[in-house]
Design a protein around this ligand. Structure first.
Ligand code: FES
Ligand SMILES: [Fe+2]
Length: 382
């Protein structure tokens, strides 16, 4: 595809077109239980640094991570009640970003000073932020993951190499499952190359893959939720796993790194030995080290223990890094099986063009009803 600066969906820093578009949607930014009351931390989202802190009453707040006095990181400071005090000269800001105290200044100056702040909401164990201009839309809900009659909910934040858009494209690419995740596809009995269809919906793209395996036909549904969400059923990656309802967001940290945010809930109550086991998992190298070892050819991916807990993630990391941190789309040779990726880019270019021209954008929405995720292996036969 010819690079068009005006319609660039790769770069999401402040004031970029794709950055402005992405900031019109709520983004998951932190695991709620990792932020204790009275603590502050520094996060980076779409090439901007923020101070995320939780007031002593438990309410989270998000402000830009630069004190307007002399610019040090506010996240180095102390939380006092619902406010944060800068570590450098003690200026204090409330949760709206308003300066409320300046120990060495005359009264009256503080009210003229503020730092940008952003709305937050907590839902399903995740802190979501709205980083755009104006009033935020309602936070989308995911009834597929709310049903706690199913198995437990797992929340993972994983830093992943390569630009976020490569991850989104990979989400819409069903053929890679047959090669990149070959061992997992075989475990689920998916042996045929799939026929793929994709269509625009009110929330993004619905993609269906049909594997014609003679007497067995396997249908897989996948929902891409504009701009960077993915919802589907995922098959067991190891003998310790089960089918799960899987929701992932691909959140740019900057243009070369992506925070992969995963919420998954087992489709059924776990059987004995079929739960994520932190003690077992801690014996393995972390996914980033393993990815780097494979990229350095110290290890072949085919030789990784098939019960490695983050196999899906490492397998995808390797191919995405193999494309380059920001891949060159100008040399691609797309085929018919890439139709969902072509559709994805078409929708993005249409929306970015409208945004650049100040025209109305599509109001993406999803039904409050549970989306059709298909069924687990047996019932998936059609
Ligand atoms: S830099 Fe924050 S109070 Fe001076
Ligand atoms: Fe994958």
């Amino acid at each position: 595809m010819k690079r068009n600066e005006a319609l660039d969906f790769v770069h999401t820093g402040p004031k970029t077109l794709a950055g402005r578009f992405m900031r019109r949607f709520w983004q998951p930014i932190y695991r709620a239980e990792d932020l204790a009351a009275g603590r502050a931390t520094r996060i980076k989202v779409m090439s901007e640094h923020f101070t995320l802190y939780r007031g002593e009453d438990g309410t989270p707040h998000l402000v830009v991570d630069a004190c307007p006095h002399r610019g040090t990181q506010l996240s180095l400071g102390w939380v006092e009640g619902g406010n944060i005090r800068c570590f450098y000269h003690g200026w204090v800001f409330d949760g709206t970003g308003q300066c409320v105290e300046q120990p060495a200044e005359k009264e009256g100056f503080a009210r003229k000073v503020c730092v940008e702040s952003y709305p937050l909401e907590e839902y399903l164990g995740i802190i979501f932020a709205y980083l755009g201009e104006g009033e935020p839309p309602a936070l989308p809900r995911f009834p597929e993951l709310e049903d706690d009659r199913l198995g437990p909910l797992t929340i993972r934040f994983r830093l992943s190499p390569a630009n976020y858009f490569q991850r989104i494209e990979n989400d819409l690419d069903e053929v890679h499952v047959q090669y990149v995740h070959k061992n997992i596809a075989q475990r689920a009995g998916m042996t045929a190359i799939p026929e793929i269809t994709a269509a625009e919906t009110e929330y993004g793209i619905y993609r269906e893959s049909l594997r014609d395996q003679g007497a067995r036909k396997i249908r897989r549904n996948c929902h891409y939720l504009m701009p960077n969400g993915l919802l589907l059923l995922v098959s067991p990656a190891t003998k310790f796993d089960q089918w799960s309802v899987f929701m992932a967001w691909r959140v740019p940290v900057d243009d070369e790194w992506t925070m992969v945010v995963i919420l998954d809930r087992l489709k059924q109550k776990p059987k004995e030995g079929q739960v994520r086991d932190v003690e077992r998992e801690s014996k393995y190298p972390d996914p980033y080290t393993l990815t780097n070892d494979i990229m350095a050819r110290k290890l072949r991916i085919h030789d990784v223990d098939p019960d490695y807990p983050d196999m899906f993630f490492v397998q995808d990391n390797v191919v995405l890094m193999g494309q380059g941190m920001i891949c060159d789309r100008s040399t691609e040779r797309l085929g018919r099986s890439d139709a969902p990726i072509v559709l994805l880019r078409k929708l993005w270019l249409r929306e970015l063009k409208a945004l650049a021209e100040g025209k109305p954008l599509k109001q993406w929405s999803r039904s409050p009803e549970v989306l059709d995720l298909g069924e687990t292996s047996e019932a998936q036969l059609v």
